[in-house]
Design a protein around this ligand. Structure first.
Ligand code: XMP
Length: 517
């Protein structure tokens, strides 16, 4: 593994991803972890991330010199670079030589491991207030800028390297190449971490852990649970039972897709529980969004537990314990829950697996080390179809939070028709990869007057909410081509009885959230 030491900026995750793009496994550790503990992980290399502070600021994080003396190759970036410089005896000045954003870097290649094969002048992304004016002893200075005499230094003997800029960001044109030079040439690591190797490693781990016991996995129809289930199925096959709770709030074709495509691709055992009646009864008369979310979450857990109990009872008759619960937890959740400070609860998110604490299962989380795009690669490797692997996000409470007003069967049917048309046209226009998702929202308590044929209509509006986003934390409304919007609008108003108006939501997040409830 390659350790990325996080000095508290938002850059560590990005660095970890870039290392993995170089097909080398990496994990993030906090800068407060003792060096002995870092070394106990037997890292093949260590990367020191950027950070928000000056090395001279009060309480600025530091690093134990022992890290540089353990014979492990180290690469410092930005703040990590300055820490390396000060810790090893170089000079960092607080002289106002600030650089933020695009900066021209001049590279001196003789003796450089990092810059070989890259241009003498290259654009890099800087973000610093202090500047290194003298490299520590034993280092060769290999780059500079107008403001900073020492913008990179290297010591091939001790295999220590540093750059003042951020090679991990896209705007540093040769950043990935420089990072790969560190990994392959400086640290001499072979790029062997691939979707195939992840599957192989996880399958072996899961087999060893589960043994002859049984496992259960909740499927939501989403990418993460599907890939987690497929991976565990690959490992233990008939010892796994997947449970899919149909709460009746899914879109057209979704339940069938799980039933057919997932099973066809994996051969997994699937128990589908049709609980739509129960959810609709529980939601009757409810219009408050948070109340809807809580009801759906609660009913979900009850139905899921009941299904578990049935599977356990069946398994007991074969004499095998159901001891494991499979979950599709991803790496960003793991990293974030490590450093999470109380953020405002905007909406109570509900996920498959929001299970009570007293549940007596051990968790199997085979995706705990992976980012979303890596999960997709693993899904592909396991033969899951694109319809599952490239699926856009869809909220756990489903269409229940896309009907503004009470949720009824009739309203769900209306929304499903409108939603299916929008999805069909977006797919036909080749826009699925350009947008993050496009909720269609039914304003069920609003009526609007229209005219169709020669008659007056008094129907409901729907809202199209196409958004683009990187991580759903922030989003912008997608500028869809007018002709695609026109086709969707024409088709919905013509084909869906009772919907006589289509509107477009042009709000970014913040201030709007992606979903309307
Ligand atoms: P918001 O509306 O909070 O949505 O901007 C951000 C992203 O999360 C999805 N979403 C959910 N996903 N359970 C989920 O699994 C939920 O309860 C839930 N609510 C919103 C939403 O579709 C968007 O992608």
């Amino acid at each position: 593994t390659v350790l990325v030491v996080d000095f508290g900026a938002q850059y560590a995750q990005l660095i970890a991803r870039r290392v993995r793009e170089a097909r080398v496994f990496s994990e993030i550790v906090p800068s407060t972890m003792p060096v002995a503990e870092m070394l106990a992980k037997e890292p093949k290399a260590i990367i020191l991330s950027g950070g928000p502070s000056s090395v001279y600021a009060d309480g600025a994080p530091s690093i134990d010199r022992a890290l540089f003396e353990a014979g492990v190759p180290v690469f410092g970036m930005c703040y990590g670079f300055q820490l390396m410089a000060t810790t090893l005896g170089g000079t960092v000045d607080n002289n106002g030589a600030r650089e933020y954003g695009r900066t021209d870097l001049t590279v001196s290649k003789p003796g450089s491991t990092l810059f070989e094969g890259t241009p003498d002048e290259q654009v890099v992304w800087m973000s610093h207030g202090d500047a290194c004016s003298a490299a520590p002893e034993g280092f060769t200075v290999t780059a500079s800028t107008g403001q900073v005499p020492v913008a990179a230094f290297e010591d091939d003997e001790r295999r220590l390297y540093g750059v003042q800029y951020h090679p991990e960001v896209m705007h540093s044109t040769f950043g990935q190449q420089v990072l790969e030079h560190f990994l392959y040439r400086g640290a001499r690591i072979a790029p062997t971490w691939t979707a195939g190797s992840i599957v192989e490693e996880q399958v072996a781990l899961i087999r060893e852990r589960v043994g002859s016991k049984r496992a259960i996995c909740g499927l939501s129809g989403g990418v993460d649970s599907a890939v987690a289930a497929a991976l565990v199925n690959e490992a233990i096959g008939s010892q796994l039972t997947c449970v899919y709770v149909d709460h009746g709030l899914m879109r057209t074709g979704e339940t069938e897709q799980v039933e057919k495509d997932f099973v066809a691709a994996t051969g997994a055992q699937l128990k589908v529980v049709d609980a739509s009646e129960r959810f609709l009864n529980a939601l009757a008369g409810v219009t408050d969004p948070e109340e809807k979310r809580k009801i759906i979450g609660r009913e979900f857990i009850r139905v899921f537990e009941q299904a578990q109990a049935e599977i356990i009872a069946d398994a007991d008759s074969d004499g095998e314990d159901v001891a494991f619960l499979v979950q599709g937890t991803l790496y960003p959740d793991v990293v974030e829950s490590g450093g999470g400070t109380g953020t405002a609860n905007i909406k109570s998110h509900h996920n498959v697996g929001g299970l009570p604490e007293d549940l007596e299962f051990e968790l199997v989380e085979p995706l705990r080390q992976l980012f979303k795009d890596e999960v997709r690669m693993v899904g592909q490797e396991l033969g899951l179809p694109d319809e599952i692997v490239q699926r856009q996000p869809f909220p756990g409470p489903g269409l229940g939070i896309r009907i503004i007003g009470e949720v009824t069967r009739e309203r769900l049917d209306l929304l499903r028709q409108a939603d299916a048309i929008a999805r069909e046209e977006l797919t036909a226009a080749g826009l699925d990869r350009d947008i993050w998702q496009c909720p269609v929202v039914l304003l069920a308590d609003v009526r609007s007057v229209g005219v169709q044929g020669d008659g007056r209509t008094y129907g409901h509006p729907v809202v199209l909410r196409p958004v683009s986003s990187e991580d759903a934390m922030t989003a912008d409304w997608s500028r869809l081509p007018y002709d695609v919007l026109a086709t969707i609008s024409n088709r919905i108003t013509n084909e869906v009885r009772d919907i006589n108006r289509v509107t477009l939501d042009v709000t970014s997040k913040p201030p709007g959230t992606i979903e309307w409830e």
